[in-house]
Design a protein around this ligand. Structure first.
Ligand SMILES: Cc1ncc(COP(=O)(O)O)c(C=O)c1O
Length: 454
C-alpha cells in the first residue's frame, strides 16, 4: 500500500490515490449506507468523502481526488474556503437561528440588497429566501400564479427544476423522477428545448433554434392554451441536469419578447448556472435577458443550504402570510452567502471565465479527434461533453458515459453525468490551469480507453 501524502487535501492540488477503490474504510461505510440510507439516491461510484479543501476531496481511506463535480455545482468557492469557514463560525457563535419570517435580521437585508444589485434589469427587486433549489422554484410558481392571477405554466423538455410536487410538475428530465408519484400540478405544458446539437426542428447543428420560441406563439397559444391564461414560462438558460445544453441568445431574446407581449412572466432558473459559474453572474447575462423572476440556489452559500427567489418589486406583491419558510434565510447560511459573494465578485467569477475558456479551448476539438464525442459546449466552468455511439447518427451512449465517469474516478478525478449521455464539468470556480490540465488530460485518456475498447 502506498503511503498517504504529507498533509492532506489541505496542501494538495492534484490527486493522490493510496488504496484500491473503494478502500477498506469506504467499504464499511457503503455497507452501512445500504442498510440505513434511502435507496432513491443515485451513486455512480464508491466515493466516501471525509474532508475537502479547495478543489480537493479526501476520502475515508486517505485517497485524494480532484473534484470536478463540486457537490453538484455547489461549492463555488471551493471546499471549506477559510473565509467561508470564518464567516460561518463567527455567525454560529453569535446567532444560529431566529426565523427571518417573524423577525428582522440585518444580514438578511444585506444579502437581499446585494442580490438585487447583481440581478439583471434596472427595476428594483425583492427577494424571498428558501433552503434549496426546489424551494426557490416552488416560490416562483406560487408568486407567478399569485401576481398574474393566471394558473398555466410553460416549461421545456429536458428541464430539471426540482423534486417537490410543484417543481417536479415542471421537471421533464427523466421519467424515473416522476414515475410512481401520481398526478402532478395541472396546467403545465412542456415544449422542446432549443438544443443546438440536436435541434428538435431538424436544423443542422449548430443552430439558434429560434423555432423553439416561435412554436409557443404559432402553435401552443393557438391550439392548446390561450396566452392570457399563462402565468409564466420557466427556462434554464443553460440546461443543467438535462445535459448542460445552452439556449441561444436569439432564442432567449425571442422568448422574452413573447413573454412581454402577452403579459407572461419570464422565470429564469439559474439554480445551477448562476452565481458566477458561467463567468458572469448569470448565464442569462450572456444573452442580455432580464427575467421577471430569477431562481438561485446551489453555489449561493458555498455549500450551506440557501436559495433565493429574486423578483421585480412590482411582481413580488404577495401579502404577509402568503408564503414563508421557517429556516429560509437562516443567519449562518446568509453569512456564508455574503462571504461567497465577496469572493465571487473579487476573484472567482473572473477565474471561472478565464479558466473556463482555457479548459474549453483544450476540449473544443474533441469531436474531431474522438469518434465517441459528439459535442463539447458550455460557458465558463459549466461545460458538457456529449458521448455518442456514432457521430453521424448521434445515437446516445449512456453506457460509454458511465464507464468514462467511473474510470475517471479510478484516476482521481470526480465527475458527474448530466442528461442521458453527457459528462458534466462543474468544478469549484477557484480551480487553476494546472487542475484544468489534469482534468482534461485524464478525461481524454478515459475517453480514448473507452473508444479503443468499443
Ligand atoms: C436548474 C435546477 N433547478 C432546480 C434544482 C433543484 O435544486 P435542489 O436540488 O437544491 O432542490 C436543480 C438541482 O439540480 C437544478 O439544477
Amino acid at each position: 500500500m502506498k503511503q498517504p501524502m504529507i498533509g492532506t487535501a489541505n496542501e494538495m492540488k492534484l490527486p493522490n490515490l493510496i488504496t484500491p477503490l473503494p478502500g477498506p474504510n469506504a467499504k464499511k461505510v457503503i455497507a452501512r449506507d445500504a442498510q440505513f440510507i434511502s435507496p432513491s439516491y443515485t451513486r455512480g461510484y464508491p466515493m466516501v468523502a471525509k474532508s475537502g479543501r479547495g478543489a480537493m476531496v479526501e476520502d475515508v481511506d486517505g485517497n485524494v481526488f480532484l473534484d470536478f463535480a463540486a457537490g453538484i455545482a455547489v461549492v463555488a468557492t471551493g471546499h471549506c474556503h477559510p473565509r467561508i469557514v470564518d464567516a460561518i463560525q463567527k455567525q454560529a457563535a453569535e446567532l444560529i437561528h431566529i426565523s427571518g419570517t417573524d423577525f428582522y435580521l440585518p444580514n438578511l437585508v444585506d444579502l437581499a440588497e446585494r442580490l438585487a444589485a447583481v440581478a439583471p434589469g434596472k427595476e428594483p427587486k425583492k427577494v424571498y429566501f428558501g433552503n434549496s433549489g426546489t424551494e426557490a422554484i416552488e416560490a416562483a410558481i406560487k408568486l407567478a400564479r399569485y401576481h398574474t392571477r393566471r394558473d398555466k405554466i410553460i416549461a421545456f423538455y429536458g428541464c430539471f427544476h426540482g423534486r417537490t410536487m410543484g417543481a417536479l410538475s415542471l421537471t421533464a428530465s427523466k421519467a424515473v423522477q416522476r414515475k410512481g408519484f401520481g398526478a402532478l400540478l395541472p396546467g403545465i405544458f412542456h415544449i422542446p428545448y432549443p438544443n443546438s446539437y440536436r435541434c428538435p426542428y431538424g436544423n443542422p447543428s449548430p443552430c439558434d433554434c429560434v423555432e423553439a420560441a416561435t412554436f409557443l406563439e404559432r402553435d401552443i397559444f393557438k391550439r392548446i392554451v390561450d396566452p392570457e391564461e399563462v402565468a409564466a414560462v420557466f427556462i434554464e438558460p443553460i440546461q443543467g441536469e438535462g445535459g448542460y445544453v445552452p439556449a441561444s441568445k436569439k432564442f432567449l431574446l425571442e422568448l422574452q419578447r413573447i413573454c412581454r407581449q402577452y403579459g407572461i412572466l419570464l422565470v429564469s432558473d439559474e439554480v445551477q448556472s448562476g452565481m458566477g459559474r458561467t463567468g458572469k453572474w448569470w448565464a442569462g447575462d450572456h444573452s442580455g435577458i432580464e427575467p421577471d423572476i430569477l431562481c438561485v440556489a446551489k453555489g449561493i452559500a458555498s455549500g450551506l443550504p440557501l436559495s433565493a427567489t429574486i423578483a421585480r418589486a412590482s411582481v413580488m406583491d404577495w401579502k404577509p402570510g402568503a408564503h414563508a419558510s421557517t429556516f429560509g434565510g437562516n443567519p449562518v447560511c446568509v453569512a456564508a452567502a455574503l462571504a461567497t459573494m465577496d469572493l465571487l465578485e473579487t476573484q472567482y467569477i473572473e477565474n471561472a471565465r478565464r479558466v473556463g475558456e482555457y479548459l474549453f479551448r483544450r476540449m473544443a476539438d474533441w469531436p474531431a479527434r474522438h469518434k465517441i464525442v459528439g459535442d463539447v459546449r458550455g460557458k465558463g466552468l459549466m461545460i458538457g461533453v456529449e458521448i455518442v455511439r456514432d457521430q453521424k447518427t448521434k445515437e446516445c451512449a449512456p453506457d460509454f458515459r458511465e464507464t468514462i465517469v467511473r474510470r475517471a474516478f479510478t484516476k482521481g478525478l470526480l465527475l458527474l453525468g448530466a442528461g442521458e449521455n453527457t459528462i458534466r464539468i462543474a468544478p469549484p470556480l477557484m480551480i487553476d490551469e494546472e487542475q484544468a490540465d489534469f482534468a482534461a488530460r485524464t478525461l481524454e485518456e478515459c475517453i480514448r480507453e473507452v473508444e479503443t475498447s468499443a
